[in-house]
Write a protein that binds this ligand. Structure first.
Ligand SMILES: [Zn+2]
Ligand SMILES: [Zn+2]
Length: 84
């Protein structure tokens, strides 16, 4: 099950479970589309993997399967993954 983290790791912007601006990698590192399309250039800065839009969990499922409340944030900021 997806963790549905509540925020962007780069800019700490809120990314609620119904946000279509949330992008994740296969490890569920979570970023907003602005960071992904801008500084990150489409790749996860932690693992170098692909970032895709996070799927929306239907609102009626969130009570039983709640999103993560643990914010992951890198205060030092993010940089693009090194070119492969
Ligand atoms: Zn961001
Ligand atoms: Zn990653």
């Amino acid at each position: 099950m997806l963790a549905l983290r509540p925020s962007c790791e780069c800019c700490d912007r809120d990314l609620p479970p119904d946000s279509r601006d949330a992008m994740i990698c296969s490890f569920e590192c979570t970023f907003c589309t602005d960071c992904v399309e801008g500084i990150l250039k489409g790749r996860c800065p932690n693992c170098g993997g692909e970032l895709v839009r996070r799927l929306i969990r239907p609102a009626e499922k969130l009570a039983k399967y709640p999103p993560s409340s643990q914010r992951v944030f890198k205060p030092e900021g993010c940089t693009a993954a090194p070119a492969a």
